[in-house]
Design a protein around this ligand. Structure first.
Ligand code: AMP
Length: 384
């Protein structure tokens, strides 16, 4: 067990690292962060900040030496860097888990070979592979980059008649998977924590809506039948077992019309859809990850209240810093800003969590409060 007072190293100093660090500090831990950006969001809340690329051996060694245990908040870290740190200090989740989850081909092959339900896919490494793969699907498909894909980046939606040469040139990626388009009724995520003794505990499922591949909002609890919710929880726990996870894992899923679930993606870290656990659950995802990697007992995951979380993207900053008055006036609203100085379209700058008596109230209150802010930035109101 790594008790409070010790130092937790975090590789990646984005908003996830910042929220992990804030939580760990509250619990009495010291924090060391490694990130390539000088002005990274976790910097101001860490005890030690190392500014260096993720493959800088000297910086990785310094991080390990300064830490009692090391975790990470970002998937696109070279697995080799984690292995280097793991030769000096415990790293959780294990570098092998990141190696599987950071690459779509390996992730999908892991899911398929372990018997976990996922969309049909083919591996593609050339225009001619794509032509062959397209013939195996009768309907719409998605071409997804094998590496460095997140928030819908490196993805192309294809129709049955599309020319493989043109599509491959447009995608401009060395390797990809071609995946069936899934006519889901809902997107879900389950965050599951697992400890070194093999005990796992999952938060109730979250209901997500994405726009242009980026999470727009999360609703809690997800509006599911008990049977689907139980299937989703059991699936996430089985995946965590199979991976031998120590830490927290976000499992993104599609719910099909008849209630069947397919796994979309795995993220061995705290997850954007779990931000509302800070206000809506007894224990937040950030605290649970810290408890898992430090070997503390898990905190209770029971819900405190329904909630909705809305991502605040850089698009809201097109005419300068938004006037937050409408969200600050919301009795159940909690504004989180990540301290990023540069706003860009699609960049996650903060989020708003709204607590309310029902999930529908939380959606409505948040959507209404954000409408004037979106309007000032020249954006249409969000759909309910
Ligand atoms: P991903 O980066 O793979 O999680 O994809 C981002 C978003 O694109 C998902 O959350 C879905 O909204 C959508 N998407 C991804 N894959 C598929 C698929 N096979 N069928 C339908 N929608 C998808």
């Amino acid at each position: 067990m790594i008790p409070p007072g010790k130092t937790i190293g975090i590789i990646g100093g984005g908003q996830l690292g910042r929220m992990l660090a804030l939580t760990a500090r509250r619990m009495g831990y010291r924090i060391a962060v490694l990130d390539p950006e000088l002005a990274c969001p976790a910097g101001p809340v860490a005890d030690l900040v190392l500014t260096a690329p993720f493959d800088d051996s000297k910086a990785l060694r310094r991080l390990a030496e300064a830490s009692d245990v090391v975790t990470y908040e970002f998937e696109n870290i070279p697995a080799e860097s984690l292995r280097q740190v793991a030769s000096l200090r415990p790293v959780f989740p294990d570098p092998a888990v990141l190696h599987t989850c950071q690459h779509r081909e390996r992730e999908k092959q892991f899911l398929q070979s372990s018997g976990f339900p996922c969309p049909k896919f083919e591996v593609v490494a050339s225009a001619s592979d794509l032509g062959t793969a397209l013939k195996k699907f009768s309907g719409k498909t998605r071409l997804k980059s094998s590496a460095f894909g997140y928030d819908g980046k490196g993805q192309l939606a294809l129709e049955p008649g599309n020319d493989p040469e043109t599509a491959w040139a447009q995608a401009n990626i060395p390797r990809a998977i071609l995946e069936e388009h899934v006519p889901f009724v809902r997107e879900l995520s389950v965050l599951v924590a697992r400890n070194a003794q093999g005990r796992s505990l999952a938060f109730p499922p979250l209901e997500n809506r994405h726009t242009a591949g980026i999470l727009e909002r999360t609703v809690f609890p997800a509006r599911l039948t008990d049977a689907v919710a139980n299937d989703a929880l059991a699936l996430a726990r089985r995946i965590a077992d199979k991976l031998g996870l120590v830490g927290l894992l976000g499992v993104e899923m599609f719910e099909l019309p008849e209630g069947k679930i397919l796994v979309n993606e795995l993220a061995p870290r705290v997850h954007n859809s779990g931000h509302l656990t800070v206000e809506a659950c007894h224990t937040s995802q950030f605290e649970q990850q810290i408890r898992a990697v430090c070997g503390l007992p898990f905190g209770m995951v029971a819900p405190l209240c329904p909630a909705a979380m809305f991502n605040l993207l850089g698009d809201l900053w097109t005419k300068g810093e938004p006037d937050w008055s409408p969200v600050l006036a919301l009795p159940g609203g909690v504004l989180h800003l990540y301290g990023k100085t540069q706003a860009r379209p699609g960049r996650k700058m903060g989020h708003l969590t709204v607590r309310a008596p029902t999930p529908e109230d939380a959606i409505r209150l948040g959507t209404e409060a954000l409408a004037p802010i979106r309007q000032s930035a020249g954006l249409p109101a969000l759909a309910l």
